[in-house]
Write a protein that binds this ligand. Structure first.
Ligand code: HQG
Length: 168
């Protein structure tokens, strides 16, 4: 609901992806889910990728990244490390070689600072492979990078020229 289908329960996300916490709980319960404030707090605290955050006043909640709905996270552009990694499935490689990395249904291409994390991301799609990205060079040539609250690197598009295909 916080990333892909807020409409399914009638939830409104604001332009930066925030949902009113009590509204989320109310609407989820109206949809037959047994969601409580305690459960939401537990998920925010213990989610393995820290996917969700509360606003400073604790009244709102949002996903830190991974949206397919149209929102603007409002993150400041930051300078990336020299290299970042993208995990994907081998069956996508031909298309990636042709078009570069595109966000598919999401708002951003997701990149990891660690090769091992990228490998896990790739595994979700099939036989995994990891592509190395010349992120520093990309940044120097004008591409913006963002770092989500939960440590995922985001950019809009990676042209083929910045991709390094190597065995892992
Ligand atoms: C691929 C998870 C063909 C891309 C992870 C990926 C991540 C292309 C798939 C987050 C392509 C999109 C995002 C091209 C890219 N041709 N395929 N030109 N360019 N692709 O799920 O990066 O667990 O939308 O390689 O940890 O896999 O949900 O993106 O395989 O951070 O929190 O198109 O999702 O986080 O798949 O994963 P996705 P992703 P959560």
């Amino acid at each position: 609901m916080l990333r892909h289908q807020p409409d399914a329960i009638g939830l409104q996300l604001d332009t930066e992806g925030w949902a009113d916490l009590s509204e989320l709980i109310h609407l989820a319960n109206a949809d037959g889910r047994n969601l409580t404030l305690e459960l939401v707090k537990e998920v925010v605290a213990t989610n393995n990728k820290k996917r969700f955050v509360f606003s400073e006043d604790g009244k709102r909640i949002r996903a830190s990244q991974g949206h397919s709905v149209e929102i603007e996270l409002g993150l400041e552009p930051v300078t990336p490390p020299d290299f970042l990694y993208h995990g994907t499935a081998t069956r996508f490689l031909d298309s990636i070689l042709e078009k570069g990395l595109i966000p598919a249904s999401r708002r951003h291409v997701h990149l990891s600072a660690e090769q091992t994390t990228a490998l896990e991301v790739g595994r979700r799609h099939g036989k995994p492979t990891v592509i190395k990205i010349r992120s520093s060079e990309m940044h120097s040539s004008g591409h913006e990078f963002f770092l989500s609250d939960n440590g995922v690197w985001l950019t809009t598009f990676v042209p083929v020229g910045f991709l390094i295909f190597e065995e892992v």
